[in-house]
Design a protein around this ligand. Structure first.
Ligand SMILES: *[C@@H]1O[C@H](CO)[C@@H](O)[C@H](O)[C@H]1NC(C)=O
Ligand SMILES: *[C@@H]1O[C@H](CO)[C@@H](O)[C@H](O)[C@H]1NC(C)=O
Ligand SMILES: *[C@@H]1O[C@H](CO)[C@@H](O)[C@H](O)[C@H]1NC(C)=O
Ligand SMILES: *[C@@H]1O[C@H](CO)[C@@H](O)[C@H](O)[C@H]1NC(C)=O
Ligand SMILES: *[C@@H]1O[C@H](CO)[C@@H](O)[C@H](O)[C@H]1NC(C)=O
Ligand SMILES: *[C@@H]1O[C@H](CO)[C@@H](O)[C@H](O)[C@H]1NC(C)=O
Length: 507
């Protein structure tokens, strides 16, 4: 599942197979958009006023589509809420809604056939953008669907007689509406309904095979995200409006970790909004990351990222992989049965303490030497660290290793097993677990934990939110994940193995 395994597999494939194997590639683009907001999102607007607002954001999309096309992009992803904004309620978003036809039921090109449906100006503009610049366009917009839904005739309807969904739409390079996905895991979104069941939506492209769709908070849950991965989808598209949450859930940190841990390409387009601390987008493959994370105080503006990346769809015709390993995605992505817990072989280091990290009580141990080993457990879940620290003269930074096994408490509950080496925000142990954006101490380390899931998302985040590619990652048959890293380019903020126990979420 991880780095070394992946690399050695590809080396092997290149030798064994003939013809092009790994060099089929395409050019992807994501745009981090500094969204122009409606200053008064609780006041309903007329359709005309709502359209005037949205056209301002769409004008910027148009410029970026032109730039992306110039750089050879074949697909361009825009962020969640990028056209309409956020903080609406169910009524105040009305003027922004369009009814998006189901592309699985009918074939419609809004650009060439604008008269088929009224009230679809945004769909028409996006479709024409895709067609004019000859690229696939993925955007996010609000959808109004009458009850009952064709896809779920039995379900009950909201009291006001229709559904409102946070929705991704995809247009092919000739403007055809090819996919529609309704967000399943909402995050404080009063304007929207949760669809009656998760939608597992993918679409086919001529340049890279299949892509799957998800939105923002979806990335933390099994459905639709892991359901897509388990169906063999290795390329995921991810519009987001992510509120950064150091030290474990900063945007680019988790985007990088997810792509590595799930062994997929992730095209992540975030909003840029300083007030909400939304920033950080990227194009990630298991082998590379092209990303942007604005620094505090940088001007609040958009950013286009473009990168050539390999095709990862094993079923794609341009991919010559016909052997078992390449195609049998169910095997490479299914859960290992949780290994039976055994008592830790190394006793926990003596002076552990509890401190809260993103609202969860982590059991921490301090790194109080320049090199050594520490161990910390939460119940039977243990994390082990071997480290050598390169301290700047006069620097007094505090570092600690934390373990947490249990359910995250908060807006939604999710079950995790986490090992995290963090720079504490201050010099008191109570500051361990709090977010901080800069660090001076570089670290060579090996971080290890024995997980009850194969979905473990690894990351190394350095000072000023710089990502480092872990040097070595390995998963043993018993669930032990080892991450080794050295020669850091900046001080260490967080090194993390974030295990998601999806199977315990509903227990
Ligand atoms: C990662 O995905 C590739 C296909 O994109 C597959 O060939 C490889 O076996 C996977 N690696 C692991 C360790 O699952
Ligand atoms: C793949 O690599 C081979 C050998 O380097 C080259 O001949 C071929 O043109 C490449 N194919 C693509 C699609 O880049
Ligand atoms: C669009 O709206 C106009 C004016 O209300 C109406 O006459 C026309 O039938 C509508 N067209 C469609 C396709 O619904
Ligand atoms: C480091 O902490 C351990 C307990 O965790 C303690 O036994 C040891 O004396 C400490 N070493 C130093 C150099 O402070
Ligand atoms: C993990 O630590 C917390 C805080 O000390 C504790 O309440 C919880 O029971 C521990 N979990 C397990 C599985 O032991
Ligand atoms: C780290 O840097 C040292 C000194 O520059 C070098 O000898 C070593 O090979 C590097 N290690 C890795 C894993 O790149």
């Amino acid at each position: 599942m991880f780095w070394v395994v992946v690399l050695s597999f590809f080396l092997m494939s290149v030798i064994v197979r003939t013809g092009p194997v790994m060099n089929s590639s395409y050019v992807a683009a994501v745009y981090e958009h500094n969204v122009i907001l409606n200053p008064d999102p609780h006041v309903p607007l007329s359709r005309t006023a709502a359209l005037q607002h949205m056209q301002k954001n769409l004008d910027i999309y148009e410029e970026q589509a032109a730039r992306a096309a110039q750089q050879g992009a074949q697909i361009l992803v825009f962020p969640e809420d990028g056209i309409h904004g956020f903080n609406y309620n169910r009524l105040s978003i009305s003027g922004y809604l369009e009814t998006i036809p189901d592309p699985q039921q009918e074939s419609w090109n809004p650009c060439t056939e604008p008269g088929r449906y009224n009230n679809t100006e945004v769909l028409q503009r996006l479709s024409c953008m895709a067609r004019h610049y000859n690229l696939y366009v993925v955007a996010n917009m609000p959808d109004l669907q009458p009850c009952p839904l064709k896809t779920d005739p039995s379900s009950s309807c909201p009291p006001d007689g229709h559904w409102q969904f946070n929705t991704n739409v995809v247009f092919s390079s000739d403007g055809l509406l090819v996919a529609r996905y309704h967000k399943y895991n909402l995050y404080f979104e009063k304007a929207f309904d949760t669809p009656p069941q998760p939608e597992i939506i993918m679409f086919e492209t001529p340049f890279a095979g299949r892509f799957g769709l998800m939105i923002c908070f979806d990335i933390l849950f099994h459905d639709p995200t892991i359901a897509l991965v388990e169906k063999g989808v290795h390329q995921l598209i991810y519009p987001t409006a992510w509120l950064n949450a150091l030290p474990l859930l900063d945007s680019v940190q988790f985007q990088r970790a997810f792509s590595l841990g799930a062994n997929v390409t992730l095209l992540a387009a975030n909003l840029r909004n300083n007030q909400m601390n939304m920033r950080g987008s990227g194009i990630y493959t298991p082998f590379s990351a092209t990303y942007y994370h604005a620094q505090k105080g940088e001007p609040e503006e958009g950013r286009l990222l473009v990168a050539r990346v390999p095709v990862l769809d094993p079923l794609w015709v341009g991919w010559s992989g016909t052997t078992g390993e390449g195609v049998d995605s169910s095997q490479s992505t299914s859960f290992a049965s949780p290994p039976t817990e055994t008592a830790p072989s190394v006793p926990p280091s003596s002076a552990t303490f509890i401190s809260s990290m993103l609202d969860d009580p982590f059991t921490f141990v301090l790194l109080n030497q320049t090199e050594g080993e520490v161990n910390t457990c939460n119940g039977t879940f243990c994390c082990h660290l071997q480290y050598r620290r390169f301290q700047q003269d006069g620097s007094k930074e505090l570092y600690a290793l934390g373990a947490f096994a249990g359910k995250h408490s908060g807006y939604r509950h999710w079950a995790v097993q986490v090992c995290a080496l963090v720079r504490c925000a201050g010099l008191d142990i109570s500051s361990c677990g709090q977010g901080v954006e800069e660090a001076e101490s570089k670290m060579d380390f090996t971080l290890k934990g024995k997980f009850g899931t194969r979905y473990v998302y690894p990351s190394v985040l350095a000072s000023k939110l710089v990502l480092e590619q872990p040097e070595h990652l390995e998963t043993a048959a018993d669930g032990t994940v080892t991450m080794r890293h050295s020669n850091m380019t900046g001080g260490l903020l967080t090194a993390c193995l974030f295990g998601r126990m999806y199977h315990l979420d509903n227990e």
